[in-house]
Design a protein. Structure first.
Length: 350
């Protein structure tokens, strides 16, 4: 009679321990002086610094169906960067500095080398954001997920002084919209992108696409740009009202969330040219511009709303930080029943 064990049911504690030993060196890179203790405790400990009136901010997210591309390509070392970006760049919208992040990885079967690659990316994202990877959980779900399947999510926590809290209430007529260019699709719209490019058009992920200058898979797995440090640098030197993280719902849909009812944000499409991947999806799938703008970031990953006096300073600072930045539009008083965001003009060559 065979012995019933946890391993026989599909869960290997030994492989889980080996995964920890493989990703530990990566996790140790992502730390801050306030971190107390090390890996292996039941709870991550973080000593909050000196603040007069601290407000904690928290955000949780995942990376959606971009995971399907990573799994199809068997490339797992960048999806963690996407995960961190989706969490920490939501925090900085209100002016909060990301302090730490905790991740959750659910797998059908623990493959230590694969888990280590995922955590390597998470640690790199935390380094880019200036936050600590404080801990996490890897859960094995045999019988619920396929052996090669996994999903990732995380929660990031940040802090901002009450006096420095940003938000729609700070936005004024005359403020300027400063765009920060995206690195591509980021982590939104992949269900539509995959449907058009992979299912309808049948394009192979390892196939070279001339207009993209690389394979389709390489383009689709380009890591999401992390803007946290850039945004915090702006708030330290410029009059920033708030930020807008352009994620699911597109530019206008997210910008509406930070514009007061009495004001209107006018966005000038002719101020930038969306990247080639957006043009490829639109042309191959015959997707209307209105649908593209509701689904994808269209080349704008983050927007800073700054006072007109700080327009040039903000642009100069972002350019010096090697970001593609430009004036996207302006904020004005609403006239009647206008929408909060008005998209004007046309993109060049789109």
């Amino acid at each position: 009679m065979s012995e019933n064990t946890y391993a026989a049911a599909g869960v290997s504690i030994g492989e889980g321990d080996r995964a920890v030993s493989l990703f530990a060196p990566h996790a140790k890179r992502a730390t801050r002086p306030e971190v107390m203790g090390g890996l292996g405790g039941f709870a991550g400990l973080f000593k909050l610094g000196e603040y007069k009136e601290p407000i904690l901010a928290a955000g949780s997210d995942g990376v959606g169906t971009k995971l399907a591309v990573a799994q199809a390509m068997d490339k797992h070392d960048t999806i963690g960067i996407d995960l961190v970006a989706m969490c920490v760049d939501d925090l900085v919208v209100c002016g909060a500095e990301p302090l730490f992040l905790q991740d959750y990885i659910a797998v059908g079967k623990v493959v230590p080398e694969k888990i280590a690659e995922v955590v390597k990316g998470i640690a790199e994202g935390c380094v880019q954001a200036g936050c600590a990877l404080l801990g996490g959980e890897t859960a094995e779900h045999p019988g619920v997920m396929g052996a090669d399947e996994y999903d990732v999510s995380a929660t990031a926590v940040g802090v901002v002084e009450a006096a420095d809290l940003l938000g729609p209430d700070k936005v004024r007529s005359g403020d300027v919209l400063i765009a920060m260019g995206s690195s591509g699709l980021h982590s939104n719209g992949y269900s539509l992108a995959r449907y058009i490019l992979l299912e309808q058009a049948g394009l192979p992920l390892d196939g070279y696409v001339e207009e993209l200058g690389r394979t389709l898979g390489e383009e689709m797995l380009e890591p999401t740009r992390i803007y946290a440090k850039d945004c915090l640098a702006l708030t330290a030197e410029c009059g920033v009202s708030t930020f807008c993280h352009v994620t699911g719902g597109g530019l206008a849909g997210n910008l509406e969330r930070v514009i007061p009812e009495s004001l209107v944000a006018q966005v000038n499409r002719s101020s930038w040219k969306p990247g080639q991947i957006f043009k490829t999806i639109s042309s191959v799938g015959k997707v209307k511009l209105s649908e593209m703008e509701k689904t994808f970031n269209m080349g704008v990953g983050m927007i800073a709303i700054v006072s007109p006096e700080d327009r040039d300073r903000a642009l100069a600072m972002l350019t010096a930080r090697h970001l593609d930045a430009w004036e996207l539009g302006t904020v004005r008083e609403a006239e009647g029943e206008e929408p909060r965001v008005i998209m004007q003009g046309e993109h060049a060559n789109f």
